[in-house]
Structure formats: C-alpha cells, structure tokens
Design a protein around this ligand. Structure first.
Ligand code: FAD
Ligand code: UDP
Length: 400
C-alpha cells in the first residue's frame, strides 16, 4: 500500500484491475471487499490529502479528537454492516443524546415523554401521552408528518407544538426551505418517540465511535497488499468517456471504475447543477471541563447556527480543563463556492436531474457510481457501507 501524494510518473493504470475514486466509506469499503473477494489489484485515487472522506478525524492541540467535517456518530441496525466495519475497529459504548434548546428550555430530541412534560406541564402531558399511546402504541416512533395528519384536537396541538418548536425553524436554517418543501424522508429521520427512551438513534442495534477514531479505521481498511492509495489526485483529470467506454488518461481502460464523487461535476454540469447545501463549521477550544450536558444541542428556534457538538462527550476522552465545541452554520452551495457539497437537496426536480446523469453512465459497463454523492442520496455511514457492500457483491459475482 502507498499513501502517496499525487500520482507518480511511473503510475500504470493497467497494473490495476480496478480504480476506485474517493477514499470515503463508499470507496474504501468497495476497495477492501473487492480486493479480498477477487484477489485483484486496486488503486484508490483521492483528491483530498487524507482518507476517510467526510468522516475524517484528527487530534487537536488540546488532545481532543475532532471530526473535521462535522460530528459523526456511528449507528446501524445492520448486522452485515457492523460485522464488516468491526474488522477494522473496536467501538466505544457511546450512546448519542441530543437536546433541543426551545427558548432556553432543554428538551430531548426525538421529542419524547419528557419533552412533552417540559412543553405542556406534567398533568396535561400525562393526558396527552395516554392519548398518543392509545392512538399509536407505546415505545413506537411516529413521523411528525403522520402526527400532523390526525384530526384529534389534542394530538393536533402536540403536532403543532413539535412542528413549530422542533422542526420548522431548524429546517429553514438547515435547508433554506420550510419543512413542507422538503422530501418527507428528511423529517422522518427524527420522528416523535412515544416513550421514555432519550437516545437520538433509538432503533440502532449497534452504536458507538471507533475507539481510536475514524481515520485509523480507514487506514486499517485500506491497508492491504492489493490496495494502493494515492491522495491529492483529482480523478476528473484522468477519466473521460468515449461512447460506452471509460477512458483513463485518454486510453481505453479494461478494468472496473468505482466512482464516489458527484456525477454532475464529472460531466462538467452538462445537464445542470445538482443542488446541495454546504456548512461553515465554527470550532472553538475553551478553557473549561465541560460546555453542555449532552453531545449535541440543537438550536431549534433561535441562533444562526443549527447545533453545537462537544467532541469530548462523543469521544469520551478525559482531558481536564479543555473542551472543543463545533457550531454548524448551513450555507448555500454552488460549484464556484469552493465549499464542500455536504447535503443533497432532494426533491422531484433534483431527482429528475440526477436521473439524467445516471442514464448517461448506465451505458458505461465498467463504471459504477456509489455513495452519498454519486448516488445523490441522504445516506448515513451505515447506508453507504451497505450500498458499497451490495455493489461489491455484484462485481465479485460478475468476475468470479
Ligand atoms: P464522502 O465521505 O464524501 O467521500 C467521497 C470522497 O470522494 C471524498 O473524500 C472526496 O474527496 C472524494 N472525491 C470526490 N470526487 C473526487 C474526484 N473527482 N477525484 C478524487 N476524489 C474524489 N453519518 C452517520 O452515520 N452518522 C453521523 O453522525 C453523521 N454525521 C454527519 C454530519 C455531517 C455534517 C455530514 C455532512 C454528514 C454526516 N453523516 C453522518 C453522513 C456521512 O458523512 C456520509 O454518509 C459518509 O461519509 C459518506 O461517505 P461517501 O464515501 O459516500 O462520501
Ligand atoms: N430536524 C429538525 N430539528 C431537529 C432535528 C432535525 O428540524 O431538532 C430536521 C431538519 O430538517 C434536519 C433533519 O430533520 O435537517 C434531519 O436531522 P438529522 O439530525 O438526521 O440531520 P443530520 O445529522 O444529517 O444533519
């Protein structure tokens, strides 16, 4: 394995049976799984100076592990995803808890029984809770949009409260759109919880953080005799297309190409620009032991930022007298902004545009888009891993 910077003069693409573009979850999982599954040589090209994509982390001057591109908490229901990733790391027992700051009152998100008490007072909350249980059941989750659909005046009041105080302003800050303008899958990620559970990911069977960080986990995943990694290489300079064939450095390439970057960018935005939101991340190290009671506080009705995360709580490090926090400011994104496209803004129009790009690559038999960017999906790390494992299965079956 080479963790080179740039491609060496001697780089010969034909020495490799597969080229993977991007060393985030999508690319790294495919590289490892297929190199092992088929026993073939794989080159990974990454345009950043490091592996791990947006999950990249490093230890700062205060000794605190910071997630450079925003806070990442691993969680999954999938045994397969967990078994695969657990080959490259041990996990901490961290369980993510989030509070919403609603005009100074801190209440659990997902909105649960305790949130109901804080919002409506104990006596009224108990009656409302009983009604929620009678309607939906106990210890279940209900999407806010489903709760808003009920005709019962008490439940409608709960729905209005949650919609206004948890979802509306936060979503407008995050997406520049009202919740009604968003794809329902966005709000469904954080349903209402009819019960006491105060975990942000109540349904995850597996949860935690890699004991020595995400970057170390990726380094181990990519550390294999059949995998070479080249950082600071933008594959757009090397990949081109001729009818149904993919060219590498202007020559036909016989191997497989796995692509995890945005497709519109790869094709010079020829059909138009896929919409994304970006983030400005404000990082501050403070001379105090602790800043807030839980890992993340969402500012759902106030402030210009959406949330504050305190890394020490996520990493469970013991660093007396210092703590590092991150504020997330959502920003519009454009190709010329120089910012990272973090969140696909998915609606009917952007999906249709994406489908035109997908149609464009469907003709290319050895080109495989996968991951949050290349599939234009709102994927978490586990969903990306699952998609990459499925693609790997297909490629292995094709060549076995
Ligand atoms: P990426 O991580 O973006 O990797 C793609 C890689 O390809 C990048 O390194 C990029 O530089 C490289 N690349 C692109 N184009 C080219 C090119 N032309 N040439 C060479 N290299 C190229 N998920 C969770 O499960 N839990 C969380 O708590 C969580 N928190 C998040 C917080 C934030 C702020 C964000 C934005 C996302 C979060 N996610 C979380 C989602 C998670 O980051 C993604 O699911 C995952 O990192 C996507 O992996 P990927 O490989 O598809 O994409
Ligand atoms: N959301 C909200 N208020 C919250 C939490 C989430 O309005 O307190 C909405 C918001 O639109 C957000 C989406 O639900 O973008 C998904 O939230 P999640 O925490 O999953 O977002 P991510 O961690 O991916 O940024």
């Amino acid at each position: 394995m080479v963790f080179g910077s740039g491609l060496p003069q001697s780089f010969n693409p034909h020495k490799y049976d597969m080229i993977v573009v991007g060393a985030g979850f999508a690319g790294s999982v495919c590289a490892r799984r297929i190199a092992e599954g088929l026993g073939i040589h794989v080159a990974v090209l990454e345009r950043r100076g490091h592996v791990a994509g947006n999950a990249y982390d490093c230890v700062n001057e205060a000794g605190i592990r910071v997630h450079v591109f925003g806070p990442h908490v691993y969680h999954t229901k999938s045994q397969r995803v967990d078994s695969f990733l657990s080959r490259f790391t041990e996990w901490t027992d961290y369980r993510h808890r989030v509070l919403a700051d609603v005009h100074g009152v801190l209440m659990p998100v997902p909105f649960n029984r305790q949130s109901l008490q804080l919002a409506f007072g104990p006596a009224r909350a108990e009656r409302l809770f009983d009604k929620l249980v009678a309607t939906f059941g106990k210890d279940v989750t209900v999407p806010i949009l489903e709760l808003r659909d009920t005709n019962d005046p008490d439940l409608a009041e709960v729905a209005d409260y949650v919609f206004e105080n948890i979802f509306y302003h936060y979503s407008v800050k995050q997406w520049g759109k009202t919740p009604d303008e968003l794809d329902p899958v966005v709000l469904d990620r954080v349903p209402i919880l009819i019960g006491e559970c105060d975990l942000y990911y109540p349904e995850a069977r597996f949860q935690g953080l890699p004991c020595d960080g995400y970057t170390a986990m990726f380094e181990r995943m990519l550390h294999h005799d059949l995998i070479d990694v080249f950082c600071d290489v933008d594959a757009r300079d090397l990949i081109s297309f001729e009818e149904t064939r993919t060219l590498f450095a202007n020559e036909p390439y016989g191997g497989e190409i796995i692509y995890t970057g945005p497709l519109d960018e790869l094709f010079g935005f020829e059909f138009g620009v896929l919409p994304y939101r970006s983030l400005e991340l404000g990082v501050e190290t403070l001379d105090q032991d602790r800043f807030q009671p839980v890992g993340t506080i969402n500012y759902t009705v106030s402030e210009a930022f959406t949330r504050i995360t305190e890394f020490k709580i996520l990493t469970e490090q013991d660093v007396p007298g210092k703590t590092t926090i991150m504020r997330e400011y959502s920003r519009p994104w454009s190709p010329s902004s120089g910012q990272i496209p973090y969140y696909a803004v998915i609606d009917r129009e952007s999906r249709a545009l994406y489908d035109r790009y997908l149609e464009r690559v469907r003709e290319l038999t050895n080109f495989h888009p996968v991951g949050r960017l290349a599939e234009y999906r709102y994927y978490d790390m586990d969903a990306v891993t699952e998609s990459a494992l499925e693609l790997s299965d297909e490629i292995i079956a094709l060549h076995a």
